[in-house]
Structures are given as structure tokens and as C-alpha cells.
Design a protein around this ligand. Structure first.
Ligand code: 13P
Length: 251
């Protein structure tokens, strides 16, 4: 299926950035305001920056969080709820990033609970899936991604917006990306899982690709069938690199 929806170009700053980096967001916002790319633009930043990032974005780009708690509120010292992210100025949140699955032991059930919480708070939930290098070598990519989708996606309340990000673990920060045929195959598989589960809503959901997306490869990735946008780590940290990706958006 060919995606004709407006692509989502999303950045993930991970655990990078203090207040002195906000000028990068101001620059990205200014350039998006001037060039009006045919894409929705989102920067997901550390929770400590969301309030100031939303101000720096000046309504030109959306700001999101990188994780949220499963619960709405309560005695969970150190956790940040989806409502808190929203209150600070976020309109989206990434859940189930492989770095959280790996370093914090987040299971599919935990990721689904976090996504549910995000949707309840009115945030776009971007749910990450992706296989490890060993799983790909063993021919398990489709099974792993299918299982992650089945386990990590919550029911969608009325008006809730969900997106999936396919991020092969071995492509993150490595400079290696899958072949076009591999991206197309996984996205097609994810699409059929989404349609099976959600019907027409599943047809309209964006499936982003993430993992070593840069200016040089962004256009060819965005051109692929069923790629509804990209999730960018390292190249989202500087306004110059992120702008270069934005310029690659097909017009
Ligand atoms: P890189 O773009 O640095 O490979 O990171 C991808 C990623 O993990 C985005 O969530």
C-alpha cells in the first residue's frame, strides 16, 4: 500500500540536551516556519526540557516526551505521567523505545500500558518495535515485530492517535540501515497486523522508520511504500542536520 498521508518527521533527543541546546529548537522552528515542509515535525526531548522546548518551538513544530509512566498519578517517585508531559507542553510521547526495553526491562505489556496512558491523556503515542541483529540473522524479524505489535499496542479510545516506529536495533546509531526491500517487507507486515487489529484505523496509522536516518538517506526511505515518516536520533540534535533531513521530504 502506498502511503499518501503527510509524513511525520520526528526527532528523539534521548538523554541529550540542557537549556543551552534550546537554540537548536528555535532554529529548527524558524526554518520550519520559513520553508513549510510538507510534513508534520515533532521533536521528542528529555522531560526537563519540554516546557522550555514548547516555548522555543513557537507553535511551528510539535514537542514530545521520550517515555511516560503507566499510571496516571500516584506514589511512583521519579516517574513522569503522560498528563504531566501534556501539561508541560507535549503533544506526543515515544513509548517502548528499544533502549527502554533493553535497559529498563520494559515488556510488551508495560509498553502497552504506557501507550494506553498516553492516549488517555490525549498524546500521540509512538510505539517502537524492532528486531535485534541476532533475531534478524535467525530469520525471526517478522515474528518478533508481529509479536511486539500484538503485545505493545493498546485499544485506541475515540480520537486517540497511535503511530508505530520500526527501529531495527542494529540500525540505531550504527550508520547501517536495512535494504529498501527489507524496510518495505517489515512495514507491509506491520501494516497488515494493524489492519487486522484495527480495521480502517489501522490503514491510516503512520508507520515510521528509525535507525541511522540522515539527510543522505532520508528521501529514499520516505519514498518507500508504507513509510509514513521517520524517527531520528543523532541527526535531530543539531538544527543543521535536522533541517537537512527536512529538506529531503518529498514535495
Ligand atoms: P539514530 O538516528 O541515532 O540511529 O537513532 C535512532 C533512534 O533510536 C530514534 O529513536
Amino acid at each position: 500500500m502506498r502511503i499518501t498521508m503527510r509524513p511525520l518527521i520526528a526527532g528523539n533527543w534521548k538523554m541529550h540536551g540542557v537549556g543551552s541546546r534550546l537554540n537548536q529548537i528555535e532554529d529548527i522552528a524558524a526554518s520550519v516556519g520559513a520553508s513549510r515542509p510538507e510534513a508534520d515535525v515533532l521533536l521528542c526531548v528529555p522531560a526537563t526540557l519540554i516546557f522550555r522546548a514548547a516555548r522555543a518551538a513557537a507553535g511551528q513544530i510539535a514537542i514530545g516526551g521520550e517515555d511516560c509512566a503507566m499510571e496516571a498519578e500516584g506514589a511512583f517517585t521519579g516517574d513522569v505521567s503522560a498528563d504531566m508531559l501534556k501539561d508541560a507542553g507535549a503533544s506526543a510521547v515515544i513509548v517502548g523505545h528499544s533502549e527502554r526495553r533493553e535497559h529498563h526491562g520494559e515488556t510488551d505489556a508495560v509498553v502497552a500500558a504506557k501507550a494506553r496512558s498516553a492516549l488517555r491523556s490525549g498524546l500521540l503515542a509512538i510505539v517502537c518495535i524492532g528486531e535485534s541483529e541476532a533475531q534478524r540473522r535467525d530469520g525471526k524479524t517478522m515474528v518478533v515485530c508481529g509479536e511486539q505489535l500484538a503485545g505493545s499496542l493498546p485499544e485506541i479510545p475515540d480520537g486517540g492517535e497511535l503511530a508505530v516506529a520500526y527501529e531495527p536495533l542494529w540500525a540505531i546509531g550504527s550508520g547501517h540501515i536495512p535494504t529498501a526491500a527489507d524496510v518495505i517487507a517489515v512495514h507491509a507486515h506491520a501494516r497488515s497486523c494493524l489492519v487486522l487489529r484495527f480495521g480502517d484505523e489501522g490503514r491510516a496509522m503512520r508507520i515510521l522508520y528509525g535507525g541511522s536516518v540522515k539527510a543522505e538517506n532520508a528521501q529514499s526511505i520516505l519514498d518507500l511504500a508504507d513509510v509514513g515518516g521517520v524517527l531520528i536520533g543523532g541527526a535531530s540534535l543539531s538544527a543543521a542536520d535536522f533541517d537537512a533531513v527536512l529538506r529531503a521530504v518529498p514535495r
